[in-house]
Ligand binder design. Structure first.
Ligand SMILES: Nc1nc2c(ncn2[C@@H]2O[C@H](COP(=O)(O)O)[C@@H](O)[C@H]2O)c(=O)[nH]1
Ligand SMILES: [Mn+2]
Length: 708
């Protein structure tokens, strides 16, 4: 319409007065827009018209609370919600205001973080996003407040990847009961891991005891150190959102009316079967996230021998949907409080962190809670988008600028071995916490102010997440050698690799255990026949702790096999569902106890979206192209000399490798290099941050994108 009337070649955005984008032209007919309403037509520019604040005062666009009543935009089915912006002193991004007002008309898939949305009769999974149950926990520890930050830095290692000192599944069940048996082994490698993005584990001390009585009640003292843990449900939450999305998509396809379609695309009736199932899974994810924070605290504190007597002071979700009867709305029917980066103000003590270089506040909600949606800020919130914060990284004196980022103006230390993340999360990228606390003045009483001393974000070195342990067990002698074959992190820029694969050097009759010690969920392995290997009884393979998640597309394709007999055999714990390489064979005679006619094996593995191909004793190199494993014909067999290998197991039991067997491949740290084509950097990670396209490949894997 605008195109024709105004002869615009590229009318891109229509705004209603107040700056609300008219996304869907059907609103013009389905909503009552008065005849004399103004519509602003833009060729892509932002809204520049005037807005009106809640006092009726005209202001410039998008910089204050908007009164949607004055929009005269009302649909009988979805009248726009009332919008209240509590931020007065603190900065609010104009785009956030626009998103907020748009969401008030009909929740879509863009909404600001740091907001609460209250609905009746309908819930909106998209408002919660994928990091269901993200929240903050605070623990009192017995560590003295005089502890040196460097001591903490030195001790905080091996916190990535699966918790190996205990059984994560048993831990989950012990905390949450049998309801979590249904989660099976899935995602357990992530239980007890901080994750990426804004997540952190931070040691703090008390800077100021503000409300002595409440400090006494919660054990807040100057002498001790406290631990704040911020994390969520990791990939588990994503599966729950996926469920909701798939159900909604199905429904949307059968919706008849335009209005009905919109509703069904984004919202669910909580009493419907789908709604009930979503809420059930959502609640499990929230419980999972809480347990995750508990295990993170346990792991972190155990590094400092302080896990035993730690006391949890609070644990709150700031990313979930909650049912609540709000008397003055409807004393009978519950409302649904969606918190997207907002802390509850009806559950006692709340922590509001600033940034790793600012103070954090412990506050107690007070006074009338209601107009604030029973919610508070969950943190200072970002001032700068990630990309902008990253641009502040100086190009020169790289190392100096990295080191500067590893301490803060408050004298605290920062552990963050991803340099981009280090800059993205710099304190200057966050708003001033004191402004936020001032804005919350009517709703909270400050209890104590906390000073950071050491913030753990992530380490790359020794990430057990990126380690595959290959352990050789001799039939009779038990374990004879273990090698951790580390992927030198799964960061695309650094090239994942496996140092060695020793399969060919394991003795005949050995049982080779593949321990999945990884949260690299797309990591895949395969075993297949080997061209001309040495003769000997088959080895068998045990797959320990592997789940379907680890095995990607590669195994859907039958790998190109060598000419020899495969030495694969089903171990006691095989990878699921036909994906075990043993299932690919015609002749399954080489089972656990070994068929006599086996030879050696070609062994290959890969990381989808990145690369790792290894091949021991094989004849071919392989590479990942997109999500497919293809033979890399450009590579020839490279020699490998057993003599140069360290560790036991080589040649024991009579077989051993032979000169000329190929050691693996992959990156400059392996013995043989393996170049990657560009396709290896393909960005196919479903975790990708929609606001953060500058990275690629596996680099996103550890980023929790929706990690509010
Ligand atoms: N004390 C610290 N606070 C931090 C850090 N990184 C972020 N933050 C604050 O926490 C919230 C979390 O926000 P979310 O949207 O990811 O849930 C954020 O708004 C910051 O104010 C940190 O390292 N230490
Ligand atoms: Mn969060």
């Amino acid at each position: 319409m605008a195109k024709n009337k105004l002869r615009l070649k590229k009318a891109k955005i229509l705004y209603l007065s107040q700056g609300v984008e008219l996304k869907d032209p059907t609103w013009l007919t389905s909503c009552k827009i008065s005849q004399d309403s103004l519509i602003f037509v833009s060729c892509g520019e932002g809204y520049v018209g005037q807005t009106e604040d809640s006092n009726g005062t005209a202001t410039t666009a998008n910089n204050d609370s908007l009164n949607l009543d004055s929009l005269q935009l009302n649909s009988e089915e979805t009248p726009p919600a009332t919008v209240l912006v509590l931020a007065k002193k603190s900065f609010v991004d104009p785009d956030a205001n626009v998103q907020l007002n748009r969401t008030a008309m009909l929740p879509g898939n863009q909404h600001p973080i740091g907001a609460t949305f209250i609905t009746q009769k309908i819930i909106y999974p998209a408002l919660i996003g994928n990091d269901i149950g993200c929240g903050m926990a605070v623990y009192k520890t017995r560590l003295s407040s005089t502890i040196k930050p460097q001591k903490i830095v030195d001790k905080l290692h091996h916190l990535e990847g699966r918790w190996t000192e205990g059984d994560p599944h048993a831990f989950l069940i012990s905390k949450l009961g049998d309801q979590h048996t249904e989660t099976g082994k899935a995602h357990l490698d992530q239980l007890g891991t901080v994750g990426g993005g804004n997540h952190f584990a931070e040691f703090v001390v008390v800077e100021t005891l503000v409300d002595q009585e409440l400090c006494n009640k919660f054990g807040l003292v100057h002498t001790n150190t406290y631990l704040i843990v911020h994390s969520g449900s990791r990939k588990y939450g994503q599966t729950v959102l996926d469920y909701a999305n798939s159900m909604q998509n199905n429904k949307a396809a059968t919706a008849t009316t335009a209005a009905g379609k919109k509703q069904q695309q984004f919202g669910i009736d909580p009493d419907s079967e789908i709604g009930q199932e979503y809420l059930r899974q959502h609640d499990l994810a929230c419980a999972w996230a809480k347990t995750n924070r508990e295990l993170i605290a346990h792991r972190v504190l155990s590094r400092l021998n302080a896990e035993e007597d730690a006391e949890r002071i609070l644990d709150i979700w700031h990313n979930n949907v909650e049912r609540k009867i709000i008397e003055n709305v409807d004393p009978e029917k519950p409302c649904w409080i969606h918190r997207k980066g907002a802390a509850p103000s009806d559950r006692g003590l709340v922590v509001i962190p600033g940034s790793r270089g600012h103070f954090s506040y412990l506050v107690m909600p007070q006074g009338e809670q209601g107009e604030n949606g029973f919610s508070l800020a969950h943190g200072a919130g970002r001032l700068l988008p990630r990309a902008k914060a990253l641009q502040k990284r100086p190009q020169s004196s790289k190392q100096a600028s990295i080191s500067a980022m590893q301490t803060t103006n408050l004298g605290s230390s920062v552990i963050c071995e991803d340099t981009d993340l280090l800059f993205e999360e710099q304190p200057d990228a966050y708003k001033e916490i004191t402004d936020i606390i001032d804005d919350l003045g009517p709703y909270v009483k400050v209890v104590a102010i906390l000073r950071p001393i050491c913030t753990y974000k992530m380490r790359k070195e020794n990430r057990s997440a990126d380690t595959v342990s290959v352990i050789y067990l001799n039939d009779t002698n038990g374990e004879i050698a273990r090698e951790d074959a580390p992927f030198n992190t799964c960061f695309a820029s650094e090239r994942a690799f496996i140092r060695y694969s020793y399969l060919n050097f394991a003795p005949n009759n050995a049982t080779i255990n593949f321990y999945s010690d990884s949260s690299c969920q797309d990591f895949v392995f395969g075993l297949d026949g080997y061209y001309g290997g040495y003769p000997g009884p088959a080895r068998s393979y045990r797959w320990v702790g592997w789940t379907d998640d680890y095995l990607g597309d590669i195994f859907d394709k039958e790998p190109i096999r060598g000419q020899g007999e495969a030495a694969t055999g089903a171990g006691t714990n095989v990878p699921p569902d036909g994906k075990h390489p043993g299932h690919l064979k015609d002749d399954d005679s080489n089972s656990d106890n070994g068929g006599a006619k086996s030879s050696s094996s070609t062994f290959f593995g890969g990381v989808i979206g990145s690369m790792v191909i290894l091949s021991v004793g094989g004849v071919a190199f392989w590479k990942i192209a997109g999500k497919k494993l293809v033979e890399d014909k450009g590579k020839s067999v490279l020699p490998y000399h057993r003599g140069s290998r360290s560790g036991g197991g080589g040649g024991g039991g009579g077989g051993g490798g032979r000169d000329g067997d190929i050691l693996l491949t992959a990156n400059d740290q392996g013995n043989n290099s393996f170049e990657l084509g560009d396709e290896d950097l393909e960005d196919d990670d479903e975790d990708e941050d929609e606001n953060d396209h500058h990275r690629s490949g596996r680099q996103e894997r550890y980023r929790d994108d929706d990690n509010v």
